[in-house]
Write a protein that binds this ligand. Structure first.
Ligand SMILES: Nc1c(NC[C@H](O)[C@H](O)[C@H](O)CO)[nH]c(=O)[nH]c1=O
Ligand SMILES: CC(=O)[C@@H](O)COP(=O)(O)O
Length: 153
C-alpha cells in the first residue's frame, strides 16, 4: 500500500489571521501557534500576522492571504464566546464556512483555530490550560497540510 502523508519539518511561510474580539484569549492562541511553528523549524521572519476586528472578518482576510500565493498555509485564530442572543450561532456558522471555503477555493491549507465556546472558562481551557491550546493544534495541522498537499500533485 502506498501511503501519502505530511511531516512536521518545515521551513515554509505561514500567515496567521487573528481576531481582536476576546483578545485576552486570542493572544494566547497566537503564542501557541507561533511557538509551535518556530519549534518545528519555521523562522519567525516567515510568519505573518494579520489582525481583523472579529471572527466574522476572518474568512475574507484568510481568502486574500491564501490567494496571494505567498504562504504555505493560513492559520485562522479567534474566540467566539456565546452571549445572550443568537448572534453567536450566526458568527460561528459563517466563520467556519468561510474558512473552509477559503481553503477549497484556493487549494491552500486554511486551518480553523477559532475557539467557539459556551463561556469564558471553556475558552481559557482551550487557550493553553487544561484542554490544550487550539492555536498550537491549528499550527500543527498547518505544518502537516503544507507538507502533504505538494505530495498529492
Ligand atoms: N461576539 C463575538 C464577536 N462578534 C463580532 C463579529 O465577529 C464581527 O466582528 C461583527 O459582527 C462585525 O462584523 N466576534 C468574535 O470574534 N468573538 C465574539 O465572541
Ligand atoms: C458571539 C457573540 O456575538 C456574542 O458574544 C454577542 O453577545 P450577545 O449575544 O449578548 O449580543
Amino acid at each position: 500500500m502506498k501511503v501519502l502523508e505530511g511531516s512536521y519539518v518545515s521551513g515554509g511561510k505561514f500567515a496567521i489571521v487573528a481576531s481582536r474580539f476576546n483578545e485576552f484569549i486570542v493572544s494566547k492562541l497566537i503564542s501557541g501557534a507561533e511557538d509551535t511553528l518556530v519549534r518545528h523549524g519555521v523562522s519567525s521572519d516567515d510568519i505573518t500576522l494579520a489582525w481583523v476586528p472579529g471572527a466574522f472578518e476572518i474568512p475574507i482576510a484568510a481568502l486574500k492571504l491564501a490567494k496571494s500565493g505567498n504562504y504555505d498555509a493560513v492559520i485562522c485564530l479567534g474566540a467566539v464566546i456565546r452571549g445572550s442572543t443568537s448572534h453567536y450561532d450566526y458568527v460561528c456558522s459563517e466563520v467556519s464556512k468561510g474558512v473552509a471555503q477559503a481553503g477549497l477555493q484556493t487549494g491552500v491549507p486554511v486551518l480553523f483555530g477559532v475557539v467557539t465556546t459556551e463561556n469564558i472558562e471553556q475558552a481559557i481551557e482551550r487557550a493553553g490550560t487544561k484542554a490544550g491550546n487550539k492555536g498550537a493544534d491549528a499550527a500543527m495541522a498547518a505544518l502537516e497540510m503544507a507538507s502533504l498537499l505538494p505530495k498529492l500533485d
